[in-house]
Structure formats: C-alpha cells, structure tokens
Ligand binder design. Structure first.
Ligand code: HPA
Length: 286
C-alpha cells in the first residue's frame, strides 16, 4: 500500500507491483534485455536506432507512473541496439513534477526485474566547473544527492537489495574507462566530473552555485541520482553522462534561457549518441 502521509510504497507491495509490471511486459514481448537506457536529455534520438523494437506505452504497464500531460507519458522500448538486447525508458519522471522518488525509480526496478545488468543514464546539467563550456559532454564519475530525499527511505525488501547499500562506486570504474577510451577513439571531447542533484524546479541562486562548487560538484541538475541510487541497490552496473547546457559560474552568471538550454542539449545529442552506441556494443558481458 502507498502511505497516505509519505507517498512511499511498502516493501512487499513494491515487489508485487514490479512483478505485475514485468508480467504485463512479458506478455507483449518475452525478451530478456541486458542493458537499460534512460533516454534523458541528450539521448532522445537513440530510440530511433533501436532495431526490431516493440514500444509499450507506460499507461498500459501496471503501476507505472503516468503523466498528467496528455501524450507525454512515455514508453518502454524493447529491441536490439549495437547487437545487444536493450530496454529503453523513453520519458522519465522528475521529483519536481510531484512524483515520489519511489515512483521516479519504479521503471528502473522493472528494467532490473526484466533482466538488465547495466544501466545507462543521461541528463542535461548546468556546468559548475569553470573549465567546462556549454555544449560539453561530461562523464559522471560520482554524485552528490542534495534532493533532501532518498528513494530507499522506508521498509527495505531484502529481495530487492540491501538495507545499507555501498556507494563507494556508484558509476562502474570499468565502464568509465570504456567510455573514455571510446570518446578518445571517436575524437569526441568528454569531460569528467561529479553531478549534484537537487529537486528543482527553480534554477539555483549564485550563492547556491558557489556552495555547490565549493563542496565538490562539477555539474548540477534535477534528475539521475534517484535512479542511480536504486540501480546500485538493485546491483546494477551504471554509466552516466551529462550534457552541459549552460554555465553556472556565480561571478559571471547570466539569466537562464530555457529555450537555449534545450537547443544546446539537442545539439549535444548526436555526439552523446555515438559514444553510447559504441559503449553498448563493447559492454563486457556480466
Ligand atoms: N541547474 C542549472 N542549470 C541547469 C540545470 C539545473 O538543474 N539543468 C540544466 N541546466
């Protein structure tokens, strides 16, 4: 049952909901994907490269969060990419939309139960590191959770993962090396850095950007960290990328231009897509 006070789902109920979602998906397509991809900003066009794909609207999967915006709910896509069996989550849910972090991360739980061993995530982020420029890509080496919430709060189902999951390597070292090797081979510049997540929806003040930089963040955004926490809890190997869409340098801050941020994210997409497709092709089997 979902708690009326916290919006969180109790542990046994969560497992039942995952099983129901998996059963409904398997009835449509019995594939066992190896790799999950959250098609966040920067990876949207990857959906078009998935072969023999079967697209299942989120609305038709039991317990999937649904969007209040008509036609924007998203879909789960099963198919083949770079010769590997994948499940892509096209459309993600954010904390700032009012979803609980259990809802935000439910699709990750379902992807894990379908069989994935590796999760690839992307996002748009503001650059805090003064060496970064809008348009850069950043490999996420680590993260800071400043959302003031955690998707694992509440009773723990030991069948889904440990009560106190280790966070010493949320982003797989092996996959970081693979992504860097590939970016060098392709001649695509790839920064590396720490991603800080806050809830949004407002952007941050100069004082907040200064603080975030001081505590060790290289980029800031409003997603990804809940999904990665659940991925780690579920024992998945994770690889994450940020498209740096704007420069959040406190002493030279300009008013955020959301249209420009979206345009920069779209322009970064082909580069990120090339890196990710090659990473998938060369992912070590688990
Ligand atoms: N903050 C600032 N700039 C951004 C963000 C953010 O969360 N996301 C993309 N650009």
């Amino acid at each position: 049952m979902e708690s009326a006070t916290t919006g969180r789902i109790d542990a046994l109920e969560l497992k039942k909901q995952i099983d129901a979602a998996v059963a409904a998906i398997k009835e449509i397509n019995p594939a066992t994907p190896e790799v999950g991809i959250v098609l966040g900003t920067g990876l949207g066009m990857l959906a078009d490269s998935i072969e023999s794909s079967v697209e299942i609207p989120y609305e038709s999967i039991p317990h999937f969060p649904t969007s209040t915006v008509v036609g924007h709910a998203g879909s789960l896509i099963l198919g083949t990419l770079a010769g590997r069996s994948v499940v892509a989550l096209s459309g993600r849910f954010h904390c700032y939309e009012g979803y609980s972090l259990a809802e935000v991360t439910f699709p990750i739980r379902v992807a894990q139960a379908l069989g994935i061993h590796t999760l690839i995530v992307s996002n748009a982020a503001g650059g805090l590191n003064p060496q970064f420029a809008a348009g850069d890509l950043m490999l996420i080496t680590d993260h800071i959770n400043m959302m003031g919430d955690n998707p694992l709060i509440g009773p723990n189902d030991d069948a889904l993962g440990p009560r106190f999951p280790d966070m010493s390597e949320p982003y797989s070292k092996g996959l970081l090396t693979l992504a860097e090797t590939i970016s060098l081979e392709l001649g695509i510049k790839l920064q590396r850095g720490v991603y800080l997540a806050c809830t949004g929806p407002c952007l941050e003040t100069r004082a907040e950007y200064r603080f975030m930089r001081t505590i060790g963040a290289d980029a800031v955004g409003m997603s990804t960290v809940p999904e990665v926490i659940v991925a780690v809890h579920a024992g998945l190997r994770t690889l994450g990328f940020s498209a740096i869409t704007d420069e959040c340098f406190p002493d030279a801050l300009k008013a955020a231009d959301i249209d420009k941020i979206i345009a920069v994210a779209n322009a970064a997409e082909p580069k990120l897509t090339r890196i990710v497709v090659e990473c998938i092709a060369r992912l070590p089997k688990r």
